[in-house]
Design a protein around this ligand. Structure first.
Ligand code: PHE
Length: 422
């Protein structure tokens, strides 16, 4: 399950969303806050979701019923399901851009005469209505198809090959990007913190990004943890997922930002940033690298979208008693409608993107922390976290982790959400 958890976490959130967030919120200082958020808030929430999922062995809704009996708590399960529905919808638009770029790179579309031409590719793609819609439909279709057949070995095997490949490629791109003339300004931007740019909005965005990147607050980690075998260790799977996820995000930042500065793009350009920069980097690398790169990204994105849509599908299967295929079909139809709106109207996309990480995921994470910290008996939490007392690491870490889940995480989430509001 560790592979599946890491597969859910590592995706477009690292490669697409993290660099654009860094660019919008001031560079190095944002990265510092982000890493603190991962360590002290997001990772404890990751553990909390794992504890709820593994101990209940049920979908998000059923898990809430088991771990936190009572109407109010049960209904919060709906919010998590709604949140994953919204995430899949707008995520599939970005997944669609990746499909589009993969097709273009296969057709040898990544050799440009100059930076301007390379960077304008994204505008050209999005000015046609059909292309983003087609890409999004393909991406969602593959996700639903895999879910309909049951998430099995195939995708895990694929990601075992493509993840290390993607890692090596990004490292390679980091080196190439650093060698572009004018790249050092980008390096400074990532390494020299300027705390004057750090306002409440940036801190809330850092926490939201930490939740987004670790797939938290929507029941994805909860649902996957419900499939964990008894002997699987919550502590280590959480730590590994968080460490790999953060390394991928940081590397993506170092791959993109120097190239952004080198090509004179604005770091705060928003969601289009990565897609405008990559062609610049790729235009001097020959035809093969972009193909491999976009293929790997696509697999990484699929392992994430599958985990989001699985929240909806497992709810339909467990609670609404639908056969798996019908459930996947229904989830596809629903998310396609919202996804199409996101693909056509950038405003809808922006609203979905912002609301999930800044509101819905925060709320979900807050609830999961309360369930584990305040609702479940402490002895049960300890039993799960220490694998029935067999995990030495679990026993050592438990008091700290419990304290973080019970007090620090919920208080910080509320504090950050409130500063953001006012
Ligand atoms: N963590 C995934 C990524 O970084 C996105 C995701 C969010 C997946 C929520 C599942 C649930 O791309």
């Amino acid at each position: 399950m560790v592979m599946a958890l890491a597969g859910s976490a590592i995706g477009l959130g690292n490669i697409w969303r993290f660099p654009y967030m860094v660019g919008q919120h001031g560079g190095a200082a944002f990265i510092l806050v982000y890493v603190l958020c991962v360590a002290f808030i997001a990772l404890p929430i990751f553990f909390a979701e794992s504890i709820i999922g593994k101990s209940s062995g049920s979908d998000t809704f059923g898990a809430m019923e088991i771990c936190a009996p009572g109407r109010g708590w049960k209904n919060t399960g709906y919010i998590a399901i709604a949140a994953s529905f919204v995430v899949v919808s707008f995520y599939s638009v970005v997944g669609g851009w990746s499909v589009d770029y993969l097709v273009r790179s296969c057709a040898g579309g990544f050799s440009f005469s100059g930076i301007e031409e390379a960077a304008s590719l994204f505008g050209r793609m999005n000015s046609s209505l059909a292309e983003p819609l087609l890409g999004m439909t393909a991406f969602l279709g593959i996700t639903a198809l895999i879910l309909a057949c049951g998430v099995d070995k195939g995708i895990e095997l694929f990601s075992k090959i493509t993840m290390p490949l993607l890692f090596l490629l990004i490292v390679f791109i980091v080196v190439r990007s650093a060698m572009l003339p004018g790249a050092s300004a980008g390096m400074d931007y990532l390494l020299k913190p300027d705390f004057s740019k750090l306002d409440g909005k940036a801190i809330a965005a850092a926490l939201g990004q930490a939740f987004f990147s670790l797939s938290l607050g929507v029941g994805a980690i909860l649902t996957y943890s419900s499939y964990m075998r008894k002997e699987e260790n919550i502590l280590y799977s959480g730590i590994w997922s968080a460490v790999f996820d953060t390394i991928f995000a940081l590397l993506a930042g170092f791959a993109i930002m120097p190239a952004v500065f080198a090509s004179g793009l604005a770091p705060g350009a928003g969601p289009s940033l990565v897609f405008e920069t990559l062609p610049v980097i790729f235009s001097q690398m020959g035809p093969v690298i972009p193909v491999v790169f976009f293929f790997s990204i696509l697999i990484a994105a699929l392992t994430s979208s599958i985990s989001m849509m699985e929240v909806v599908v497992s709810w339909l299967v467990d609670q609404k008693k639908l056969p798996r295929r019908r459930a996947a079909m229904l989830a596809f139809t629903g998310t396609w409608c919202l996804g199409a709106l996101c693909a056509v109207f950038p405003k809808v996309f922006a609203v979905c993107d912002f609301t999930t990480s800044n509101i819905l995921m925060m709320f979900g994470a807050f609830v999961f922390a309360l369930v584990v910290g305040w609702k479940m008996p402490k002895a049960d939490v300890r039993t799960q976290f220490t694998n029935y007392g067999t995990s030495r690491g679990g026993k050592v870490a438990f008091p700290t982790v419990y304290f973080l889940i019970k007090y620090i995480a919920p208080v910080m989430i509320v504090a950050i959400a409130l500063t953001n509001l006012f």
